[in-house]
Ligand binder design. Sequence first.
Ligand code: TXA
Ligand code: MG
Length: 327
Amino acid sequence: MFRTPVISDIRLAAQSLREGRLVAFPTETVYGLGAHAENEFAVARVFEAKERPHFDPLIVHIPSLGYLDYLVTEVSPVALRLAEAFWPGPLTILFPKREAVPDLVTSGLPSVGIRIPDHPVALALLNEAGVAIAAPSANRFGCLSPTTAEHVVEQLDGRIDWILDGGPCRVGVESTVVRPLGDTVELLRPGGVSVEQLEAVLGQRVVIAERVTPPNQPGLSPGTLDSHYAPKAQLLLDAMRLPPRNAEQGVGWLALRDRPAAAQPGDPVELLSATGQLAEAAAGFFAALRRLDAAGVRWIVAELFPEEGLGRALNDRLRRGSAPRHL
Ligand code: TXA
Ligand code: MG
């Protein structure tokens, strides 16, 4: 069986991307599964490798603002302001797309989500490749996002051409996705840039988008599917919902700082930050859920975070991870 090599050679990775191959690479948020954004065959392989439905569009990564003109028809003042404030960084902005962006990338939507990642390896790769790179998170659809090269191996080994190793991701949750709306923006997915940070730059309240069900409504963000980011164990947000316990069906616990009162001796417990820092919690979030899965528990009980800053993005992932699975 083909095993995907894990490499650190940025030149080789860039050359492969240009030639239409699939390369997983690190960003500051999570690892992405990259493909030459204008190569439809390569983009189609991304959907196949992830088992991702075609209604879920991909984010396009660029190395500098100069690439925008080539990909989009218009950059509104609000979009420019946010790009200047947060790029490189974990903010994806929707723009009306040019024809150069294949419909496959945007799932037929008229707008394309674009960001400049804030990671030295990602930026070097993009500069060396000299092309825009479409990249969803490098996981199988609906599963936990990868924050190390090893996580990518676990889900995509043998399905993609290279994995570029750049160590663990600093932010740990995906980018915030926004759509410009007049002189503010609509929040389609909470992520690494907080609502508070956006509002400070805009001087306006951000509009929070409705959650989308069913997923394929034109103009809305399909990544807001209810069930997403799910561990293998059943995730619960309330210990009261645990069924009566028995020896075969273990329970794991995820919390910010304090050991949950209902945890029993011997239960695996993941505490994300001894000092209660949300940034530290985000950086370790997906890896902690993976460790609980690896411990073989049937249930994971997670405590919601304070609904502020990165806590909003983490709670979003917990709520989706605990939603009934419909895919
Ligand atoms: O941090 C991140 O955003 C990572 C790294 C690799 O950049 N990427 C990522 O991609 O999380 P993905 O595919 O797992 O999530 C992208 C989500 C889509 O599910 C969708 O909600 C939204 O971004 N999105 C992308 N393009 C869109 C578009 N044209 N219209 C509406 N939503 C879009
Ligand atoms: Mg994803």
